[in-house]
Design a protein around this ligand. Structure first.
Ligand code: ADP
Ligand code: MG
Length: 729
């Protein structure tokens, strides 16, 4: 009888290097080749139309229909010249990933003749049959009215023969049904608030940009092995599998040489990404075997997020060509590192100043401290929400596990910045800020070195770290849409900056000197935000106890963390900044609970299937072999000899019986528990039931299945093992 695992292994070893498509020319020759960039638009669209378009886009105004009509003609012409036959509105539903509905560029006129068509209307707005996208109750599914509408701030691009138009996805009544809409709103709110605060320091600042540089971690696995693991195929992670004797202990994979087949994949991936205008720059191995990372140069947050979503789909496509599957799941394998998506976040002015980096003069430095301290305040006040923005059924397995950010949000600052804040906290206004006779300001005790050494002093255990010129939100999951985390952070910081400005303005109006007021308020904030600052070991148990004492959010159950979206402070903050309404927050939480339930439901079913149809039959077969051996020994040897000769067999037979029975009982119990959970009256209660009652049973079943894997004859085991999934490439 064949064994699918051996067939898969054979297939995996037969997968040879696939020839990569080699780039033609230098990077600058093909960079953004598939993108309708502003430069290219000039060749297709009249200058005065573009001037109007860019002005509207850069100032966040709605694009006029007449302008859209003309732009659409240009887009179609460029698209068709570059081989496009279809176009699609490309949007980011709350399920995660991206969605698209392709339409051809032509239509039939009333005489039935073929007519090329792509009007301003088709560019502007579409009504995809959206009834199957989750809306958390906002949109009456019976009505099924959701619109996708053009986001002119992110450029149109080509994927194969399809022209992709980045769009927002909103309900008929205007509520957001996606991640992009609130991300754009949050960026606008933050830009506005930041610009107002910049005015204390530099009147030249007209605009502030929010930057995002993501680092995408992922695993690769050979396609043949993947196909022999129903759990990987259906859930993206292994639901069972005994640890490989060698995994990541030697840390030899990190920055090790990249295997040839993987390198071929990476080179093609980079080429495709660069053609799509994604400025990818770094690639390297990650800590776990077969784990890798790619990162581009940072960009404006909305564009960067589009690029991340696009790269995730390019990855899947290129991986298939190279007979790999890419695993974007946060924890495909238990017991080795999971995958995250560090989100490097910063604020930059139109005058080129990074607001989160020390500056060249005292004003810039005070400005830097102001922004830094306001971010700390925002993260402290909304630490529960920030956690809610990154939790999911998949990230749940990574957070708090070995070598992953803990499920408590805190901020790492490093020695130097901590030193500066400590000095400010203990200084008087006269010591900290010195105004000389010429009315020039100097910073006294709080002098900030231009170069921060802590750049390299990384604390890998921190979920939110300051790294010299940016904050790095590390708790974000590898499969997530970064928009969820970024919009929460943007909005929280926007609100905080507005509160700061209110406070400062009130005192300046009363006649106090600006510099003094700024110092006073900053000092007050430094004292108020101590709870969120933590440079120690985030993995330790002492920290969990300490964090609870400090009043930080220590909840670890995903369904309960999702509650933070509906906390009164959260609703107030999102409404104050105009980023999300209460109804939108309610719908988002509903979708989060619903998605959580569905994912666990699928996992639990797949688990039942795997143990009953793969694990138990293999175990039974081995047990039968042993039983036959016992009988044969009895026939051949004397009774005395038989006892000792059969000793090992007896023991294994009993162990198999023990684990098999436990599995069967476990599956029965799990199925019952699942049915009970499904009968809960609402999504939140269902999610809680799945978390509290189904998840622990899955862990129990897994333990027995993994124990059987260690006992059963390797030749009978049908599921590719961890050592094979992780070390074959
Ligand atoms: P790491 O050591 O964390 O892997 P990298 O040098 O690979 O650091 O950079 C990680 C990401 O941080 C990249 O996407 C990079 O573009 C981004 N980054 C660097 N500076 C900034 C900044 N000021 N704002 C936002 N992102 C930044
Ligand atoms: Mg990093």
């Amino acid at each position: 009888m064949g064994n699918i695992r051996f067939d898969a292994l054979k297939g995996a070893f037969e997968h040879k290097l696939v020839e990569t498509v080699e780039p033609e020319g230098k990077v600058k020759d093909y960079f953004a080749q598939d993108v309708f960039t502003r430069d290219k638009m000039k060749e297709y669209i009249a200058q005065e139309v573009l001037d109007q378009l860019f002005d509207d886009v850069d100032n966040g105004r709605t694009i006029h229909r007449d302008i859209a009509d003309i732009v659409a003609i240009g887009i179609r012409k460029w698209g068709i010249e570059h081989g496009a036959t279809h176009f699609t509105h490309w949007f980011q539903p709350l399920t995660g990933g991206t969605a698209e509905k392709h339409d051809a560029f032509f239509t039939l006129d009333k005489n039935g003749a073929l007519m090329e068509e792509f009007s301003g209307d088709s560019l502007y707005q579409q009504e995809p049959d959206a009834s199957s996208f989750p809306s958390g109750g906002i949109r009456n599914t019976f009505e099924a009215r959701g619109y996708s509408a053009w986001d002119p701030s992110s450029p149109v691009f080509l994927v194969g023969d399809t022209l992709c138009i980045p769009t927002v996805f909103v309900a008929y009544t205007g509520e957001a049904l996606d991640y992009k809409t609130p991300l754009i709103r949050s960026t606008a709110s933050l830009c506005h608030a930041a610009r107002e605060v910049c005015a204390y320091f530099d009147k030249q600042v007209k605009h502030v940009h929010v930057n995002l540089g993501w680092e995408q971690e992922y695993f690769l696995v050979d396609e043949a092995l993947y196909n022999a693991r129903p759990d990987l195929m259906l859930t993206g992670r292994t639901l069972m599998g005994h640890n490989s004797a060698k995994s990541q202990q030697l840390e030899d994979h990190y920055f090790g040489a990249i295997p040839a087949r993987v390198l071929a994949f990476m080179r093609e991936l980079e080429y495709e990404a660069l053609k799509a205008g994604i400025p990818v720059r770094t690639r390297h191995n990650e800590v776990a075997p077969n784990q890798f990372e790619m990162a581009p140069i940072f960009e404006e947050v909305n564009l960067a997020n589009d690029h991340n979503l696009l790269v995730m789909s390019i990855m899947e496509r290129v991986a298939e060509k190279h007979h790999f599957r890419v695993l974007l799941h946060e924890k495909p394998y238990a017991a080795v590192n999971g995958s995250g998506k560090h989100c490097n976040w910063s604020l930059q002015t139109n005058t080129g100043i990074n607001l989160l980096a020390p500056g060249k003069n005292p004003y810039q430095n005070l400005q830097f401290i102001t922004f830094l301290v306001n971010v700390l305040m925002a993260v402290q006040r909304h630490n529960g929400l920030l956690k809610a923005s990154i939790v999911s059924a998949t990230n749940e397995h990574r957070l708090g596990a070995n070598e992953a950010p803990p499920a408590i949000i805190s901020v790492f600052l490093g020695k130097q910045i901590t030193g500066v804040l400590d000095k400010l906290e203990h200084a008087t206004a006269e010591e900290a800020i010195i105004i000389n006779a010429k009315k020039e300001m100097k910073l006294g005790v709080a002098n900030i070195p231009e170069i921060l050494l802590d750049n390299t002093d990384r604390n890998r255990t921190s979920p939110f770290a300051f790294t010299g010129n940016r904050f790095e939100f590390r708790a974000v999951g590898s499969s997530a849409n970064c928009g969820a985390a970024m919009l929460a952070l943007n909005a929280a910081v926007a609100e905080q900056l507005m509160l700061f400005k209110d406070e400062v303005d009130q005192r300046i109006e009363k006649g106090e000197a600006k510099e003094r007021v700024l110092f006073d308020v900053i000092k007050k904030y430094i004292m108020a935000c101590k709870a969120i600052r933590f440079d120690g070991n985030g993995y330790s148990d002492e920290w969990k106890a300490e964090a609870a004492k400090r009043g930080l959010d220590c909840e670890t159950s995903v369904p309960l963390v999702i509650d933070r979206y509906l906390a009164p402070d959260t609703i107030k903050m999102f409404e104050y900044t105009g980023v999300l309404s209460k109804a939108e927050l309610q719908s988002r939480s509903e979708v989060k609970w619903e998605t959580y339930v569905k994912k666990l439901q699928i996992e639990s079913r797949v688990m039942g299937d795997l143990v009953v149809n793969h694990v138990l039959p293999a175990a039974k077969r081995y047990q039968t072999m042993l039983l036959q051996n016992v009988l044969t020994v009895k026939q051949v040897f004397s009774a005395d000899e038989t006892a000792s000769l059969n000793k090992m067999d007896y023991s294994i037979i009993r162990q198999i019986e023990h684990h098999s029975c436990a599995i069967l009982e476990g599956v029965e119990k799990m199925t019952e528990t699942r049915h009970k959970a499904n009968r809960q009256p609402d999504e939140r209660s269902k999610a809680i039931a799945y978390h509290d009652t189904v998840l622990p049973l899955m862990a129990e079943i897994r333990e027995h299945a993994d124990a059987l894997e260690m006992i059963v004859d390797d030749e009978l085991w049908t599921l590719p093992k961890y050592r094979e999934l992780m070390f074959v490439h």
